[in-house]
Design a protein around this ligand. Structure first.
Ligand code: KG4
Ligand code: ZN
Length: 371
């Protein structure tokens, strides 16, 4: 016999306002056989408004959150054909993020939890990103590398459409670049992360230097399609450091120096520099990810965060994993679940977080993955 649970997720950590309704079906005997389905996942972004100013203005992002949060929650419930009485719990992003934006989601969730009499589950946004990989979809991943050495049990494990533990997590978002070893739901070890800028931040800052609009990742990636990734010499900081840390600020400085040396960029030069930047970021990410896979002996890699929407990162990871002596299964969510969304928050809430008394929860802009 299977049990069903319905969770309303709310995400307002930055410039996206999102609400989602997810259905979770699990066998009575535990959480090893869950079906996680999206009934609705509505995302409204103020990025276009922010792009006029070249980046996010926190007060403006919070004002937009306030305007949109209630209509977005209503739309999510309507599209999922649910009403409050059908909801089992409300999940909300507690942090990290912009305090004004976070407060809108957390306080709205607290009020709804009170008036609808539903448990409230606070979710760390960074953990939430990883849980986009547990949402059901066809052919979620492909096994890469040499799998002839795998036992039957290992082959069966690698055929499932959701990740199995232990798995390595690579988070690449606008504010974070981290490597984490997941041992179970809610049980993880922080392995390393960026010492300065995040991968997404590096894309955004380089785009700004080149006069491209915010958010820079998709812009650079589009122009890079026509460019030569070897055209400009861009450094790969910390590539031989032996640890699992990243550094992207030197890369941005190198781009700034190139931009200062030359004022007029032809279309093909712009494509070339975009391709060179993208390649340098991807090389840095893959270098440490492969090291983490080898030192931790994992068979599964889950990638998450806005930069995971980058097509070149996905194809380069596939190529790199295929060179490993042992099969490693790669999970990357579809692009709409890589960037900020509430479905991932509801998914994380189901698997890991305990419910709280509604008034105990406070927005926390400084939550992290490192203990
Ligand atoms: O995870 P996310 O939506 O928000 C944060 O939690 O930070 O990530 C946003 C970041 C931005 O820096 C954006 O430029 C980057 O993800 N991004 C991309 C792509 N799509 C979004 N970077 C590279 N290629 C993309 N296709
Ligand atoms: Zn995010």
């Amino acid at each position: 016999m299977r049990r069903q649970k319905i969770i309303l997720g709310i995400e307002t950590s930055c410039d996206e306002t999102s609400a989602a309704v997810l259905s979770f079906e699990s066998a009575q005997d535990g959480k090893n056989n869950e079906r996680v389905q999206i009934l609705s996942n509505i995302v409204s972004s103020s990025a276009l408004l922010q792009s006029k100013y070249g980046g996010i203005i926190p007060e403006q992002a919070a004002r937009e959150q306030l305007k949109t949060i209630i209509p977005i929650i209503k739309e999510a419930l309507e599209q999922a054909k649910t009403n409050p009485s059908m909801i089992d719990a409300i999940a909300v992003t507690q942090g990290p993020g912009l305090i004004g934006s976070l407060l809108v989601g957390v306080e709205t969730a607290k009020v709804l939890s009170r008036i609808w009499n539903k448990p409230l589950i606070p979710v760390n946004h960074l953990i939430g990103h990883f849980y986009a990989n547990w949402i059901e979809r066809e052919n979620a991943s492909t096994p890469l590398g040499n799998n002839s050495s795998l036992s039957e049990e290992q082959k069966n494990r690698s055929n499932t459409t959701t990740p199995q533990f232990p798995c390595l997590g690579l988070l690449v978002s606008g504010g974070h670049s981290d490597l984490v070893l997941f041992k179970n739901h809610g049980e993880y070890e922080y392995l390393g992360g960026t010492r300065d800028d995040a991968a997404g931040e590096c894309f955004d800052k380089c785009a700004r230097l080149l006069g491209l609009p915010y958010p820079g990742g998709p812009q650079i990636s589009k122009l890079a399609e026509e460019g030569d990734p070897k055209a400009f010499k861009i450094p790969r900081p910390l590539s031989n450091s032996g640890d699992l840390d990243f550094s992207f600020s030197g890369l941005k400085t190198a781009v700034s120096n190139l931009v200062n040396q030359q004022t007029n960029w032809s279309a093909s030069q712009l494509s070339d520099i975009c391709a060179s930047i993208e390649q340098a970021i991807i090389d840095s990410l893959i270098n440490k990810t492969l090291l983490a896979i080898q030192t931790n002996d994992v068979e599964q890699l889950i990638v998450a965060g806005g930069v995971a929407a980058n097509k070149k990162l996905k194809s380069s990871l596939e190529l790199a994993l295929a060179t490993l002596p042992r099969a490693v299964r790669l999970f990357i969510p579809p692009p709409v679940l890589c960037t900020d969304n509430a479905a991932m928050i509801a998914s994380a809430a189901f698997f890991i977080e305990p419910a709280y008394e509604t008034l105990d929860i406070q927005a926390n802009p400084n939550l992290s993955l490192a203990y």
